[in-house]
Design a protein around this ligand. Structure first.
Ligand SMILES: [Zn+2]
Length: 273
């Protein structure tokens, strides 16, 4: 079990972020290089891959997040603002920040809950803004060179996702749909975690799996849904945002993760002899 007081971002890889009103960080040492989104040569910002507002619940009293890795002690155990890398120019940062500002309001400011059942919740959101937010996260973890996301591989979808973001086109409901699950078990861990669960197949479709905002986000790398049932779980172009409640095998994954972290981080969890 995780017993650190600090909240953790985890990776066999490495993680991090930023928020809607964040001051964009452009280091005086930052290089001029090619922006990953617009492909122009520009001064790059120290960009968050996972938006910073999603780190807010993880910060300790010193505004730090704690890094853990199943591969052993990371080079840096603490991050002041979540993990970042030089990725985007200022204009592209501003574009993605708009989606983040909207998503933050939806997720943290209790948007309109249309209905709630034992199976889940449904919110009403602006489809275009929230879908672009989802796409921006998927694309960013795919292009990131950070160790936290090294196992995310979007293949040919990366280029298409970049084009959709460049055109600010959210696509149809079934294009790159994302199923969000709020696990009922291990809440104390889920709420303190940002990580990639790597790639995996769900119903024969390759998926990118992330834990952020206390939820599991399963991004389907497909332009079509398998069937109406699957499509019904994605964000709808009517604005219906569905969050499923349930464990769906997640407790088994979390138990293995906790065990791997315990064994590989004796600097955090001293092994008993
Ligand atoms: Zn750019």
């Amino acid at each position: 079990m995780l017993q650190t007081k600090e909240r953790a971002t985890i990776g066999e890889k490495t993680c991090n972020v930023k928020g809607p009103n964040k001051q964009m960080s452009v280091s005086p040492l930052s290089c001029t290089s090619r922006c990953a989104l617009c492909r122009e040569r520009r001064v790059l910002c120290d960009s968050h891959i996972i938006p910073e507002f999603l780190y807010e619940p993880l910060y300790d009293s010193k505004h730090r997040v704690f890094r853990l890795s199943t591969a052993g002690k990371p080079k840096r155990s603490f991050e002041q603002k979540g993990v970042r890398e030089y990725l985007l120019c200022r204009d592209c940062e501003c574009q993605l920040s708009r989606y983040e500002g909207y998503a933050r309001d939806v997720l943290y400011e209790a948007s309109d809950v249309v209905s709630g059942t034992p199976q889940g919740f449904e919110f009403l959101v602006d489809y275009r803004q929230f879908k672009l937010f989802e796409l921006s996260i998927l694309w960013r973890v795919g292009v990131s060179r950070l160790p936290e996301f090294k196992d995310v591989n979007l293949g040919s979808h990366e280029r298409r996702l970049r084009n959709m973001l460049r055109q600010e086109s959210p696509g149809a409901t079934e294009e790159y749909g994302c199923i969000k699950i709020w696990p009922l078990s291990y809440r104390n861990i889920m709420d303190q975690l940002i990580m990639s669960m790597g790639m995996g197949k769900i119903e024969r479709v390759q998926c990118c799996r992330l834990v952020i905002g206390g939820m599991c986000w399963f991004f389907f790398l497909s332009r079509n849904a398998i069937d109406a049932r699957q499509e019904g779980l994605f964000l709808q172009d009517t604005g219906a945002l569905r969050i499923m409640l349930g464990d769906f095998g997640i407790p088994g994954y979390m138990q293995k993760l906790a065990k791997d972290l315990y064994v590989n981080n004796p600097h955090v969890f001293p092994l008993k002899h």
